[in-house]
Design a protein around this ligand. Structure first.
Ligand SMILES: Cc1ncc(COP(=O)(O)O)c(C=O)c1O
Length: 362
């Protein structure tokens, strides 16, 4: 009954419920038949230890479960669709740079070769301070100066699989210079600008108006330069990011289709591409409405994975291109359900109150 009032069944992701006493119960997703833990009891035990609200509670089991869910859902889709490549996700550090969070993501993600996406030098330093699995990748996005490129290139010498994603032609000059100085062949990616727009919060900065990614003309210039300098064999990844919290599965499908068309053209130009990185965007159903709207999504995690894998397979089979390793950079969808902000109620307002206090505030 209370579940219906609060709609928890719709947005609680099977990890929250309303207990018989009306309190919130936290379920253990790894052992769903175990009794839930009463949230008030956790708060009381924190109070006994001298910790009072507001409190940001992180539930590490929820983080571990979400990482497992995302990976397993992709593995399931790959099997169902008969896809010949595999999936290797990365966590975008910008979404939560807290050490407690990144440490856990790296630990829980190790068995899935889960890597990290970084967009700046400090974030790259965070990634390099972690014991990532040897098969996972560090994806370097963002504008890069010589120091950033130096650091990324040096990290390859100590065994990290660090991929420098080109945002501009200028960066390529710097990368060639650094790789010659350090005598290391770089691993390169190219960020493409998709023309597909998305609805939702990030609509304005998606499509042609996106500040990131290269146009077809710019990509052709990069490919020519890579060929002239004998660096085309280093181009292993294509990156795109449509926007966050994408509400509609059709938009995800269309963007994946467009990304695949860029991919097959670059492949045909002789780039030995291995990775197709589709960025973030996996949304969260905050309202539980299950529809394409600002704070909801019209798809499940399984549908997200199947739609991506199926589209990549179909598009690349049409062009006779080998199936790449699919990377996604889910940020919010990876961590949102694992933390909650709890604060004291300072005041309540009652409408249609039975009590006639003469004051609308009680
Ligand atoms: C390049 C890139 N990758 C991944 C993300 C994470 O997106 P999301 O949280 O929607 O998964 C973002 C945005 O925050 C981004 O700009």
């Amino acid at each position: 009954m209370d579940d219906d009032i609060y709609g928890i069944k719709k947005w609680g992701d099977d990890i929250l419920e309303v207990l018989d006493n009306g309190n919130i119960g936290l379920k253990n997703p790894f052992y769903p038949s175990n009794p839930s833990i009463d949230l008030i009891k956790i708060i009381e035990s924190l109070n006994e230890r001298g910790i009072s609200c507001p409190v940001l509670l992180r539930i590490t089991d929820y983080l571990a479960f979400r990482i497992k869910q995302i990976n397993e859902s992709f593995f399931k889709a790959i099997k169902e669709v008969g896809y010949k490549g595999y999936y290797k996700g990365v966590f975008p550090v910008k979404v939560n740079q807290q050490a407690q969070v990144i440490d856990r993501i790296v630990d829980f993600g190790k068995e899935f070769d889960f890597g990290l996406e970084v967009g700046s030098k400090p974030e790259l330093l965070i990634a390099l301070a972690h014991d990532l699995s040897s098969e996972s990748t560090i994806i370097c996005n963002g504008i890069k100066d010589k120091e950033f490129i130096n650091l990324a290139t040096l990290s390859m010498k100590i065994g990290f699989k660090t991929i420098l994603v080109l945002e501009s032609l200028r960066e390529l000059d710097l990368i060639i210079e650094v790789s010659k100085e350090l005598n290391v062949r770089p691993l390169l990616g190219i960020r493409v600008k998709l023309t597909n727009k998305v609805s939702g919060n990030w609509s304005q900065s998606s499509g042609d108006r996106s500040a990131f990614g290269m146009s077809v003309e710019q990509i052709m210039k990069v490919i020519t330069k890579l060929k002239v300098n004998n660096y085309l064999d280093c181009l292993v990844l294509q990156h795109s990011h449509l926007g966050s919290q994408i509400p509609d599965i059709i938009e995800i499908r269309k963007a994946t289709q467009e990304a695949c068309r860029f991919y097959s053209e670059m492949y045909k130009q002789g780039a030995p591409l291995e990775y197709l990185d589709l960025g973030g965007g996996l949304g969260i159903d905050y309202t539980g409405e299950q529809k394409s709207s600002l704070n909801s999504i019209n798809y499940s995690l399984d549908e997200y994975c199947v739609n991506i894998v199926e589209t990549v397979k179909y598009e690349l089979d049409q062009s006779n291109v080998d199936h790449p390793i699919i990377i996604t950079e889910s940020g919010r969808a990876c961590i949102a359900s694992s933390s909650m902000l709890i604060f004291n109620i300072l005041e309540t307002t009652n409408f249609d109150s039975e009590k006639k206090t003469g004051n609308q505030f009680e």
